[in-house]
Design a protein around this ligand. Structure first.
Ligand code: SER
Length: 323
């Protein structure tokens, strides 16, 4: 990627966006990375580079920002996640699809160099093999979020084939991080649990004890996203979205890891509607294509991640109660 690239992040306040923006600013220079969101940013994002209030559903507004800054790459992260989408399916479909189509269309019109858009393990469904789920397999998502991600993958490949757009994508598993909270996902328990363990020594999980799902620590997700986007175009053989994997665990296994640090911690289980969603998702993912094509390799295991999460969240809680 040339030094002249100017990057727009859409959904910069979110769980992925807040960390990806900072990583990109570090890699390419703050003034080259324009953060945008529909909500006012926190101090870190605001003080570290340009920020625009932007609704990706507003095609003209998006067009204006792309033109004004001379944007050459877009990372489009704004979406309604799986659990929230089930509460309001048509709203979620509109947000998830209209935003992506606007980005793809403007990317072609303005001849952008590259686009990143995240897909998810939610593209898989009850007919998909659950263990070591292949890159190409049965995809029959049963959630509106999964349907929108699968449709989005097809649109990305379509724009690549019809318009030669250099669009790249990853099927993220559940993402775990301490900087920004996730919102409205089925895998969010794996973040909430750390806060509750430190604050109350107790957590009631909305998934059953043995619900194994693919998960990933945010530093690996950020590193993987940058590696994918920096790879030479010739290395990218998948234009729908790449499977990527790191670790898989159940709530019970995660609770056992936390207990190694906080022996008093207890967990209870009260599965709700999110259990039905989780039950249709893979337990583990085959990411060999991503490893082979552009060198994907995660670094964090459940034990290293847990030590790091507890350490950082503990500091956050102490700082808040102190001030
Ligand atoms: N973490 C997401 C969710 O639970 C999956 O992509 O909705």
């Amino acid at each position: 990627m040339s030094a002249k690239e100017c990057i727009l992040i859409i959904g910069a306040n979110g769980q992925i966006g807040s960390e990806l923006t900072m990583a990109l600013r570090k890699a390419y220079g703050s003034s080259q990375v324009v953060a945008s969101d529909i909500k006012t940013p926190g101090k870190e994002l605001k003080n570290s580079g340009p920020f625009e209030m932007l609704d990706v559903g507003d095609r003209n507004a998006l067009h204006d920002v792309v033109r004004q800054y001379g944007i050459t790459q877009i990372y489009h992260l704004a979406a309604v996640l799986s659990a929230t989408a089930e509460q309001n399916p048509h709203f979620a479909w509109d947000i998830n699809m209209r935003g992506l189509l606007n980005v793809l269309e403007i990317a072609v019109e303005r001849k952008l160099n590259r686009v990143f858009w995240p897909s998810s393990i939610a593209v898989f469904g009850p007919g998909t093999p659950t263990e070591n789920t292949p890159q190409s397999t049965i995809m029959d998502p049963g959630t509106v979020y999964g349907i929108s991600k699968l449709a989005g993958e097809r649109w990305c490949e379509y724009y690549h084939l019809k318009h030669q757009l250099d669009v790249r994508s990853l099927r993220y598993p559940g993402l775990i991080s301490y900087r920004s909270l996730p919102g409205g996902g089925t895998t969010d328990y794996a973040v909430d649990i750390y806060y509750e363990a430190l604050k109350n020594q107790q957590y009631t999980c909305f998934l059953a004890a043995d619900t194994t799902l693919p998960m990933m620590y945010m530093p690996d997700a950020i590193q993987g996203t940058l590696a994918l986007m920096q790879a030479a175009a010739g290395k990218i053989s998948i234009r729908s979205s790449y499977n990527i994997a790191s670790m898989s665990f159940s709530p019970e296994e995660l609770a056992d890891e936390i207990k190694k640090h906080l022996p008093e911690f207890t967990i209870a289980y009260k599965p709700d509607y999110r259990q039905e969603i989780a039950s249709t998702w893979p337990r583990s993912i085959d990411d060999s294509q991503a490893r082979k094509d552009w060198g994907w390799h995660p670094e964090f295991s459940i034990d290293r991640m847990t030590a790091d999460m507890l350490n950082h969240i503990d500091k956050k809680i102490r700082q808040r109660s102190f001030y």
